[in-house]
Design a protein around this ligand. Structure first.
Ligand code: KIV
Ligand code: NA
Length: 275
């Protein structure tokens, strides 16, 4: 398994870092087999797996439940788990209880927090406790109700400067990695150059130190909207639907189960049963 230091080294040598979300045993297992270097149990869980229309409904118990399953599927991959909505903005004591629970119970290697501002101090608190922290800047899905929608961030000079300052502050507070979501590629390049820690982009162009995508978008599994910045590298939804249609048809027409699927009772046992 790679370490936080390996990822910093990869930034230095220019080797791209590949992160993928996963939420359960099979998605984690398949991701690990494919050579994914970091698995993120994102709170996008709420949308792509649990069917909510935002990440706001996701709880600490949800993250732990899915984090544990993900860890069982990918024992040898660096695992990051999102802290969910509203669990790290109150007192330091409350944040610590939530973070320690998620970190210990899932066996994660790091936790991810959205935003800067007050979250900078939280990053300091958690890294000081021994929990590696990934920062998340740009579009913050947990704050979408305040921002007013899923929109590209950092488009003005002022907003861009703020984001660069925030990234530097996250690094200074101890974050070992920064995720940038949905910002102009020019700004993502600037941020990546401004910090020594690896920057992982989603909807942030090719100039970051690595990329992250949501599993269900990447392999087209599920029927939700796929954003502009995603490439669907496979169409597993169609493969699965076609398989299930064949199953329905085969049961209806009697071709399944076939003789090779069935179990047989010995002739003498049948005689003993029926005489
Ligand atoms: O929850 C998630 O999937 C994320 C990624 C979009 C970075 O936070
Ligand atoms: Na997230």
């Amino acid at each position: 398994m790679k370490s936080t230091l390996d990822f910093i080294k990869m930034k230095k040598t220019g080797e791209k870092i590949v992160m993928m979300t996963a939420y359960d045993y099979p998605s984690a297992k398949i991701s690990e087999e494919a050579g994914i270097e970091i698995i993120l149990v994102g709170d996008s869980l709420g949308m792509v797996v649990l069917g909510y229309d935002s990440t706001v409904a996701v709880t600490t118990d949800d993250m732990i439940h899915h984090g544990k399953a993900t860890r069982r599927g990918a024992k040898d991959t660096f695992l990051v788990v999102d802290m969910p909505f509203g669990t790290y903005h109150g007192s330091g004591d409350r944040t610590l209880v939530e973070a320690v629970r998620i970190f210990q119970e899932t066996g994660a290697n790091a936790l991810k927090l959205e935003g800067a501002g007050k979250v900078i101090e939280t990053t300091r608190l958690l890294t000081g406790t021994g929990i590696p922290i990934v920062a998340h800047l740009g579009l913050l899905p947990q704050s979408v109700a305040v921002v007013g929608g899923y929109k590209v961030q950092g488009k003005t000079a002022e907003a861009a400067q703020q984001l660069i300052d925030d990234a530097i502050a996250c690094q200074e507070a101890g974050a070992f990695m920064i995720v940038l979501e949905c910002i102009p590629y020019q700004l993502a390049e600037k941020v990546s150059a401004a910090v020594g820690v690896p920057v992982i982009g989603i909807g942030a162009g090719a100039g970051t130190d690595g990329q992250v995508l949501v599993y269900h978008d990447t392999v087209k599994y599920g029927s939700h909207h796929i954003p502009k910045f995603v490439e669907a590298f496979a169409d597993s939804g169609t493969v699965i639907r076609d398989g299930l249609k064949k199953y329905v048809k085969s049961v209806k027409d009697g071709s399944f189960p076939a003789e090779h699927h069935r179990f047989t009772m010995k002739e003498e046992e049948l005689t003993a049963l029926y005489g």
